[in-house]
Write a new protein. Structure first.
Length: 179
């Protein structure tokens, strides 16, 4: 009986070690790294991710006209950001999007980051299966939610600009910009 308990405990430990924890940093055979799972924005401010995050964030100048339209429309909106820390589009758009949310004063508590895999066989998947629930095919994908329901998304790159696409999704864009 005691031997069975020891074996069971050993298997339990091994299983937990092999499970992918949220916010895990993965190092590939070539030495490149990427984040996987639920992360906080602070993880993007640490090497090697800070190189691209900080340079894009600091260089981006949000469009002021669009920001003034957006300012009153983010009440009760949550944001899901699916990204790949290995993906060129994510490296460009995510820091810009975060700069916009900072300018609007949107608290981090309204934003959830989910970083997807880049390995063959698990490409663009998330360890918690969120990619399935939200039908993620490309990254970055910015999903706006109100009361838990999707009100719109921006996939890979904006149609006009992040600011004006957000205005369109939140129905605060001038009529000339609406589809």
């Amino acid at each position: 009986m005691r031997l069975n308990l020891i074996i069971l405990a050993l298997f339990s430990c091994l299983a937990s070690l092999s499970a992918q924890a949220p916010g895990t940093e993965i190092t590939l055979k070539d030495g490149s790294k990427f984040l996987l799972g639920t992360i906080g924005r602070e993880r993007l401010k640490v090497e090697p991710y800070s190189k691209w995050f900080n340079s894009q964030y600091n260089a981006y100048e949000p469009q002021r006209g669009a920001l003034s339209n957006l300012a009153l429309h983010f009440d009760k909106v949550r944001i899901l950001i699916f990204l790949g820390t290995w993906c060129g589009d994510s490296k460009r758009e995510v820091p810009r999007f975060i700069k916009i949310t900072d300018e609007l004063g949107i608290p981090d508590s309204q934003i959830n980051f989910i970083s997807v895999d880049r390995r063959p066989g698990t490409y663009k998947t998330s360890p918690g299966g969120e990619h399935l629930k939200w039908n993620i095919k490309r990254v970055p994908t910015f999903i706006l939610l109100r009361d838990g329901r999707e009100i719109g998304r921006i996939v890979e790159r904006p149609k006009i600009s992040l600011e004006w696409d957000l205005c369109d999704l939140l129905q605060c864009a001038p009529d000339i910009l609406r589809k």
